[in-house]
Design a binder for this molecule. Structure first.
Ligand code: FMN
Length: 433
């Protein structure tokens, strides 16, 4: 579903929290989003801007499922199907946008945390285009001036690869940064698929529609006709600037790095545009980052022959660094195989706990029960100085750090009386009332 109809739907269901008093883009809106994390909000009177701000739209799994029109049991399958069976999209000549000369100060871009570099766009999906290859992905963008941004491009991500190729040829990279997108575009943009596969087809499959795009006015990029605000421009091949500090997913300040500069040539805007804010380190950020990784972990596990019961990227691990995997264990090798597959499916994982399928990965107490009861010496593995996530505060700035695997499954083939000592007992007696 597109963003405005979803906001309207939330409003009609009395789920939208309205803030009607004047609020500042400097810290105040971010403070509200943090205080009411998990509740969708609209800020109707934003100091210094005509444009309303919406936030926390996908800040719990119910909202995520509602916006994607799926449910809590089916969402992993919904995402997996969309990745495996992408839809189509088409270019249209019907351009619904009004175009403005670039002036980022007219947009309600937020300052979130006191030591952040400055104002950051956090919900921008970068549509890039180079020699017929297209890519879409999220990138945080710090405002440097009225038409200039500096963006964080993690090495080895597709946008970084396209940028590096352009740079090596002494060329700028064409981009359009879309803010205020449909659920399908948001989730597809957070999905990592094989290099060269364009995520917009996944967005169409998630939206169950043929997404329409318009050709950018100023370059070769394109963007959906239902995005609300779009910054057309390029990533300069010959200019970098300092990016950071910035509070990221783990609620810690990411370090300062030299990153590429973006120049904006035109701003395209819908008549009724609102500005979408995603609170860094908030639930929505964690859900958007982590949820699209679950089907890739699932696939890697199934491909290595594991019978998977459930996968959960824990809140404590910021929905990114820590996974609990419940399996129907067939051999004593399965837990370690599951760990190896999981880190192949999602390389950023720092900790993986494998449990039996009678343990609920979403219940931290249940998982702790399994670890405490079933772990024994030798049923763990520690890797050091391996590629993980640059978001891990203990890793190097380019993401080299440690990984921990805990096998919290019970041994197989134990005699009945031993199993009785190991398994949680239940009382199978139906009581009245
Ligand atoms: C809200 C949000 C913000 C993100 N910010 C960044 C970022 O600043 N830099 C980055 O490289 N990836 C960022 N990501 C992750 C990428 O967008 C994501 O990994 C994407 O799948 C990469 O796409 P690719 O497979 O085309 O490289 C962010 C993801 C989300 C959901």
């Amino acid at each position: 579903m597109q963003l405005l109809p979803f906001v309207e739907k939330l409003n009609s269901e009395n789920k939208l929290l309205h803030i009607s008093k004047e609020v500042s883009t400097d810290y105040e809106i971010a403070a509200y989003l943090k205080k009411y994390d998990g509740r969708p909000m609209i800020f109707e009177d934003v100091k210094g801007s005509q444009i309303k701000v919406v936030g926390n739209l996908m800040s719990n799994m119910d909202l995520f499922c509602e916006w994607l029109d799926t449910d809590k049991l089916a969402w992993i399958q919904t995402l997996k199907n969309a990745i495996e069976n992408p839809g189509t999209f088409k270019e249209t000549g019907n351009n619904p946008f009004m175009f403005y000369e670039p002036d980022l100060s007219a947009l309600p871009i937020l300052k979130h945390y006191p030591r952040d570099q400055g104002k950051y766009i956090t919900s921008g999906v970068v549509f890039a285009s180079r020699n017929g290859i297209r890519n879409m992905s999220f990138h945080r963008l710090a405002v440097l001036g009225k038409d200039r941004l500096v963006g964080r491009l993690v090495e080895q991500r597709d946008l970084h690869t396209l940028y590096t190729d352009a740079k090596e040829h002494g060329e700028d990279l064409d981009v359009a940064i879309a803010i205020g997108n449909s659920a399908g575009v948001l989730v597809a943009a957070a999905t990592s698929v094989e290099r060269g596969k364009y995520e917009l087809g996944i967005a169409s499959a998630l939206e169950r529609a043929t997404i329409e795009v318009v050709h950018a006015k100023t370059n070769t990029a394109h963007y959906p006709t239902d995005s609300l605000i779009v910054l057309e421009g390029k990533i300069l091949h010959d200019e970098t600037a300092k990016e950071g500090p910035f509070v990221d997913l783990t609620n810690t300040y990411d370090v300062v790095r030299e990153q590429p500069v973006f120049v904006i040539d035109k701003i395209a805007m819908q008549k009724d545009a609102v500005y979408q804010a995603i609170l860094p380190g908030g639930n929505e950020h964690k859900i958007l980052m982590g949820a699209p990784r679950t089907p890739t972990i699932y696939k890697a596990l199934v491909d290595s022959g594991i019978d998977v019961a459930d996968i959960y990227l824990t809140e404590g691990g910021s929905g990114w660094l820590d996974a609990v995997i419940a399996i129907r264990k067939k051999s004593e090798e399965d837990p370690k195989k599951a760990f190896e597959a999981a880190i192949k499916g999602h390389r950023s994982l720092k900790k993986v706990t494998v449990v039996d399928d009678d343990i609920n990965p979403r219940d931290a107490n249940d998982v702790n029960y399994a670890v405490t009861m079933y772990w024994r010496a030798g049923k763990e593995m520690v890797l050091d100085n391996v590629k993980g996530s640059s978001l891990d505060p203990m890793a190097t700035p380019d993401g080299f750090g440690s990984k921990l695997f805990i096998d919290a499954t019970r041994p197989l083939n134990v005699p009945e009386e031993k199993l009785l000592k190991m398994k949680k007992a239940s009382i199978d007696f139906k009581i009245d009332g």
